[in-house]
Design a protein around this ligand. Sequence first.
Ligand code: KIV
Ligand code: ZN
Length: 513
Amino acid sequence: MTDKLIIFDTTLRDGEQSPGASMTKDEKLRIARQLERLKVDVIEAGFAASSNGDFEAVKAIADHIKDSTVCSLSRANDRDISRSAEALKGASRARIHTFIATSPLHMEKKLRMTPEQVLEQAKQSVRFARNLIEDIEFSAEDGYRSEIDFLARVVEAVIKEGATTINIPDTVGYAIPELYGHFIKTLREKVPNSDKAIWSVHCHNDLGMAVANSLAGVKIGGARQVECTINGLGERAGNCSLEEIVMAVKTRRDYFGLDVNIDTSQIVPASRMVSQTTGFVVQPNKAVVGANAFAHASGIHQDGVLKARDTYEIMRAEDVGWSANKIVLGKLSGRNAFKQRLEELGIEMESETDINTAFAKFKELADRKAEIFDEDILALVSDESVTPEKEQYGLVSLAQQSETGERPHARVVFTIDGKELVGEADGNGPVDASLKAIETHVKSGAELLLYSVNAITTGSTESQGEVTVRLQHGGRVVNGVGADPDIVVASAKAYLSALNKLHSKADRVAAQG
Ligand code: KIV
Ligand code: ZN
């Protein structure tokens, strides 16, 4: 007898709540398509009522995704729920996810409501939602820090009103695996109609235990849905990571006895796409998707793996999609091959003109870099200079001189609303000089919160440098990403990309759960 574990991905909602990770509609749709290829059961596409931008993103995802259930978050009120239902109209399978806090601290200090008022509002909102859509998830925010008898009353009541999934989040990442597992188990035992709903866990990673807590919620507590994100993206220290939970359940099927639907070969491509889109770099020693996850450095390990792979490897790199990191195109590849690879990667360009511009960029890159990987193509299409007419700022060219003992100087030619400008400046290093050169005209007043450089593909100095720049201004935090074989150029692109996001009229306000 096997049992199924439902994988509920919230990269596009909880993941998007990470600082600077807010995404445009097109970016969200591209990731949703990859999640569908990954075969996640439920995609939480956003929080439709939080902004017009997020409404449109949820709607676009609902209209396009066919194989996964598409879900929208809503606070426990009629307006939020109606907005979610409206955005989900085109979905093949839709879910409304409504939540209200149930811990004494949240009810008293945040909601300023009595427990009885919270109970009534939870019931009323599930009743309202159930009249619009059949698949209703109810979450008790800060559930793990709630009084268990009160929580059991709320859960029993919302199941009576028609909730089909009950989610008990560890909103602040406070749980300990054994305690959380037993909390879910005891709660299920206290709820007389607990068998009428699927139980779900949603753990944050503040103490680094989100995956362990989720697994305990499954094993001890009997939960059959796990909420998670690609690369563990999410508020503060993030959420339970999808790749870790999936590979734990698959690798230790002997212990968990559960099946997941996931096509694991799509894990690494999904990780790359999320990292390149949000600017959240994956640490090299991250389980499953980190660059070193399958690298054996010590001689003893290398020798062992060569003799018998399972001496030091419990998973195969190719099973989680590392083989996708292969040379796909080169200098001689034609437009058709390029277009076909874009399709295989799930990238849809708006027009033939956009494909032509991207192809021209690809040729330029192939002239400088003999081997083009999928990651290079993804970086290339994320590059705003592919569609310069749609962006306020764009890079035209960059020249810089640096020499040991001399102060570096940069000359950057760039556009603001199509008008070409030249900025020149000195700096501590060539990157500093280039960003200062841009600022001679822009005068953004933004604070630089983060600057990081990574190689897009590993193993060679020929690899493109991928730069992330995080800027803060006027209460907004944005990440800009730029890629180029020249890291100074990549830095200028990343800076201009961050400025585009900072000054963009497009709605990038992340959903706030
Ligand atoms: O962490 C949390 O409690 C949440 C809920 C809105 C599900 O994200
Ligand atoms: Zn959360």
